[in-house]
Design a protein around this ligand. Structure first.
Ligand SMILES: Nc1ncnc2c1ncn2[C@@H]1O[C@H](COP(=O)(O)OP(=O)(O)OP(=O)(O)O)[C@@H](O)[C@H]1O
Ligand SMILES: [Mg+2]
Length: 419
């Protein structure tokens, strides 16, 4: 029987499993990197030569002195009809070609490990790709097209938290009603599903009782940290003189800085004129000058790395130092866990709303849930864990946060494709 594979194509990280001779094996997709079992979803197009993917993309981009195009979080564009492609060198590359290249790299690793041309793939997808059914359909179709371009001919999809559940199920010794929370970089998904040894081999479609998703996750947390801790350093509270009046600076550019993708598109003629005017006629020339440098030199990569490090440090301890150094910018801002919790309050409320809404829709009380399985990198955030500990005390389990979905997809791919 030919081999098949599974790809958890994530906003931040991608993992791959190979299904061959009845076995599912997670592959080292990014060999030589600090975490070879997951590949950062990064694409780099140098000024010349082939694209570079994963952790090596950053090294190559730095080695080329930040020329060419480094693309992050490409998955978030899938549901966006306004985004069809982006300029790479002198040509516009469509989103299907961009992601197709990345999946092609995954396929190469799979083919090598399998020793054959693997053409069947099961891809993960969020419970909800976009806010409307049309966007959802567009996103899945684009991902399908990208997989075709990568050389796959038989392509299936599974909802990411259902895949995570299948992986968790292997550790269960009794049947349970399980809530899976998958909180990643771009989306957070919740699923109520029946799991356990007694369910394996039955028609699993009936086991999924409900799914809900929202595009609030780790990248949004990063944006909150940037706005709270970095934007003031970039003149957020400045005023500038417009004709003969002092007016507050418009916050659109500070908002643009909070997202990697909006920052790298902020360098327009119009914005550059505004930035110069604000700096020249502003009361915080230093801060507004830094904002200008941020946009002109696009320091997004270093900014978001610093912010993510701070967020991760606050998952472990109560204090951290946000240390952001790029070009002439130098910010060392202490941040406490309480400050982080306050910055995340609206996002946390949104996650709670979606979770409680799902339980209500299914007419379940929290006590009805036997066990909660948390996965995805953002599930490590303490304030996120509290949401679940408060509702389901003593019943929350979390493990393999970066790999459970890819592995669960592999289990399901092996069943679907009989590999
Ligand atoms: N220790 C930690 N504490 C808080 N957040 C973390 C931690 N480690 C990683 N993260 C965050 O987890 C996110 C990445 O998680 P993951 O790899 O599960 O996402 P993904 O699968 O790529 O995204 P998605 O499923 O939304 O497409 C990032 O936002 C990262 O900053
Ligand atoms: Mg994920």
């Amino acid at each position: 029987m030919p081999a098949s594979c599974a790809i958890d194509f994530g906003t931040s990280n991608t993992t791959v499993a190979l299904c061959q001779n009845g076995e599912v094996r997670q592959l080292d997709i990014d060999p030589g990197s600090p975490h070879p079992d997951r590949m950062p979803t990064l694409l780099y197009f140098p000024p010349e030569g082939p694209a570079v993917y994963g952790a090596r993309a950053v090294d190559a981009w730095l080695a080329e002195e930040r020329t060419g195009r480094l693309i992050q979080a490409i998955k978030r564009y899938l549901p966006s009809s306004g985004f069809e492609g982006t300029l790479v060198g002198n040509t516009v590359m469509g989103i299907e070609a961009l992601i197709g290249g990345f999946l092609g790299q995954c396929k190469k690793v799979v083919d090598e490990a399998a020793g054959e041309n693997v053409t069947r793939v099961l891809l993960g997808r969020p419970a909800q790709f976009g806010a409307t059914p049309e966007r959802d359909k567009l996103a899945q179709h684009r991902l399908w097209t990208a997989a075709r371009r990568a050389g796959f001919t038989e392509i299936g999809f599974q909802v990411e938290p259902v895949a995570a559940a299948r992986s968790f199920e292997r550790s269960l010794d009794r049947d349970v009603l399980c809530l899976v929370g998958d909180l990643g970089g771009g989306t957070s998904d919740f699923t109520v599903i029946r799991l356990g040894p007694g369910r394996i081999g039955t028609n699993r479609a009936d086991d999924v009782l409900g799914v809900a998703g929202v595009d609030v996750a780790g990248n949004d947390f990063d944006a909150r940290i940037v706005y709270k801790k970095v934007a003031p350093y970039l003149g957020l509270f400045a005023k500038y003189k417009l004709e003969d009046r002092w007016v507050e600076v418009p916050t659109t550019l500070h908002h643009a800085v909070t997202r990697w993708h909006s920052l790298c598109h902020a360098k327009t003629e119009k914005n550059l004129r505004l930035l110069e005017r604000m700096r020249r006629y502003g009361d915080d020339k230093a801060g507004l000058g830094r904002l200008e440098e941020m946009v002109v030199d696009d320091h997004g990569f270093h900014l978001f790395r610093a912010v993510e490090d701070t967020k991760i440090a606050l998952s472990e301890g109560t204090d951290a130092l946000l240390s952001f150094h790029a070009g002439s910018l130098a910010l060392d801002a202490p941040m406490t866990r309480d400050e982080l919790d306050a910055a995340l309050a609206l996002d946390i409320r949104e996650l709670e709303k979606v979770l409680d809404g799902l339980l209500t829709r299914l007419s379940f009380r929290p006590e009805d849930i036997d066990v909660v399985f948390l996965t995805g990198g953002t599930s490590r955030t303490l304030r996120v864990q509290q949401i679940f500990d408060e509702r389901f005390p003593g019943r929350v389990v979390s493990k393999d946060v970066f790999t459970s979905i890819g592995y669960g997809l592999g289990i399901e791919a092996a069943e679907r494709f009989l590999s």
